[in-house]
Ligand binder design. Structure first.
Ligand SMILES: Cc1cc2nc3c(=O)[nH]c(=O)nc-3n(C[C@H](O)[C@H](O)[C@H](O)COP(=O)(O)OP(=O)(O)OC[C@H]3O[C@@H](n4cnc5c(N)ncnc54)[C@H](O)[C@@H]3O)c2cc1C
Length: 86
């Protein structure tokens, strides 16, 4: 059994924890604040519009005119379809 500790219960910490957890791996998230995911809760006016419901990468990056080039790699590795686990 592998034990992983994630420091910080924000979006990045939970993304890592969800993807790191498995049958042989337990993940513990340590959060210094009173609540986890507090910034996610206020993102996009409470709707957390991190990605769009669009599964074609070429089409998806067009929703981010100021970051389309940088996001192409990240979206290729992890599409909005992967986010459905949350
Ligand atoms: C008002 C507002 C609106 C936003 N709107 C959008 C939006 O519409 N769309 C969008 O995509 N993004 C939006 N964002 C940005 C998005 O919320 C952040 O990019 C995202 O939350 C960053 O996640 P993170 O995990 O990197 O950092 P954080 O969310 O900051 O998480 C880090 C966590 O680690 C904890 N921590 C720090 N140090 C320690 C320690 N030593 N031990 C334990 N815990 C520790 C902190 O308390 C915190 O909970 C918005 C942000 C704000 C503030």
């Amino acid at each position: 059994m592998l034990r992983v500790v994630v420091v910080g219960g924000g979006a990045a910490g939970f993304f890592g924890a969800i993807h790191g957890a498995g049958d042989d791996t337990t993940v513990t998230v340590l959060e210094a604040g009173r609540e986890v995911l507090s910034k996610v809760r206020i993102s996009g006016g409470g709707r957390c519009n991190v990605t769009h419901s669009c599964f074609e990468i070429d089409q998806l990056v067009q929703h981010y005119p100021r970051g389309s080039k940088e996001l192409r790699g990240a979206f290729t590795r992890s599409t909005p379809a992967h986010d459905r686990v949350v």
